[in-house]
Design a binder for this molecule. Structure first.
Ligand SMILES: NC(=O)c1ccc[n+]([C@@H]2O[C@H](COP(=O)([O-])OP(=O)(O)OC[C@H]3O[C@@H](n4cnc5c(N)ncnc54)[C@H](O)[C@@H]3O)[C@@H](O)[C@H]2O)c1
Length: 325
């Protein structure tokens, strides 16, 4: 309700809006009547993720690179809120770490400068649990040391630091949301996707599910719609100014458990095989989400298997969208 009061009729920019999470953020913002400008360079996103929103007058799509100063200047002009979701993803970083830093660090700085120039009221920044590296304290709260063990984590931390500096130097109203292992409809199922959608794709293609290592590594799977609520709360609750939050369900599921349950749920006759453990793969997650729940009132879905079933059903119903190159 709060969100409607604050955002209806306001121009909001969603970067990475044609991606997995960004498209869900766009969908909800369109629903509550914000004037949504979805920005994407389609390096990973797809037009089909937001095509269904194009019939709404309060939705527009702009193809642009967040690092492009002049293109982004006209996008940001007149905006009330920026939801910055565009990023070069983890697997891309391994191939091209320079691109990572350019997009995740430089792109964020570019947007922050433009936000300041154009007097944007709020900057909501999508970060990641990867900034912690291998956690040593459990449950892991926001004060845990930040020691990323991937190029991706380093570049996302650079983005976070720029956000923090703009808050400190210019009193910009910013909020950092650290996401963890998000799942739900529209997630990419190629090698750059999440484990849920990759397993699902393999099941549908009747290929084995490969687990790297023994499968006892944990993930804190988080339902995408919970992140939408987290974004809207961050944009509208004054308590969120200058704050960083773990936006995670706190649920722990091992990869082996996930694979076994998915095979069972899909009644799929595919084997589960084990490959070499991945370098830098984090084994244990126990994320403390008390800050975001206490300060912003964001609650997280606890029924992981129920929402997983909804995700599987949605993917099966939209097969053409899932099986991407
Ligand atoms: N999915 C997860 O589990 C997860 C976990 C932690 C953090 N995150 C963060 O959440 C955000 C969204 O991730 P996602 O899973 O939806 O990924 P995604 O790849 O589906 O979406 C990212 C979008 O950004 C776009 N993009 C990339 N570079 C761009 C650029 N230079 N200019 C404009 N657009 C660009 C891509 O085309 C894509 O549509 C990212 O910031 C990511 O780091 C995601």
């Amino acid at each position: 309700m709060n969100e409607k009061i604050f955002l209806t009729g306001k121009k909001v920019v969603v970067t990475g809006g044609a991606g997995f999470i960004g498209s869900h953020v766009c969908e909800e913002l369109v629903r509550i009547g914000a004037r949504v400008c979805c920005v994407d360079d389609y390096s990973a996103g797809h037009a089909r993720n937001v095509d269904f929103l194009r019939r709404h007058d309060n939705f527009e799509v702009v193809r642009a690179d967040v690092c492009d100063r002049s293109a982004m200047s006209s996008v940001v002009a007149g905006a009330d809120v920026i939801f910055h979701n565009a990023a070069s993803k983890k697997n891309v970083c391994l191939i091209d770490p320079q691109k990572d830093l350019r997009v995740n660090g430089g792109g964020t700085l570019n947007l922050l400068e433009l936000a300041r120039e154009h007097g944007v009221r709020k900057f909501v920044h999508a970060s990641t649990g990867s900034v912690y590296g291998e956690p040593t304290v459990f449950p892991t709260d926001e004060e845990h040391p930040l020691r990323p063990v991937s190029y991706y984590g380093v570049s996302k931390l650079a983005g976070e630091r720029y956000v923090d500096v703009f808050h400190r130097l210019y009193k910009m109203d910013t909020t950092i949301l650290r996401y963890f292992h998000v799942y739900g409809p529209r997630q990419e199922s190629n090698q750059f996707g999440g484990v849920v959608s990759i397993f699902l794709r393999n099941i549908l293609e009747k290929k084995p599910l490969t687990i790297f290592g023994d499968g006892h590594q944990e993930r804190s799977f988080t339902w995408v719609k919970d992140l939408v609520r987290a974004n809207l709360a961050a944009a509208t609750r004054p308590e969120s100014a200058g704050r960083v939050y773990n936006a995670a369900s706190g649920i722990q599921v091992t990869i082996l458990e996930l694979a076994e349950r998915m095979v069972e749920m899909m009644a799929a006759p595919v084997p589960i095989v084990h490959g070499e453990p991945l370098v830098g793969d984090i084994m244990h997650f126990d994320v403390d989400n008390r800050r975001i729940r206490g300060e912003l009132g964001v609650e997280f879905e606890r029924d992981f298997w129920g929402t997983l079933q909804r995700t599987l059903d949605d993917f099966v119903a939209n097969l053409r969208g899932v099986i991407t190159a």
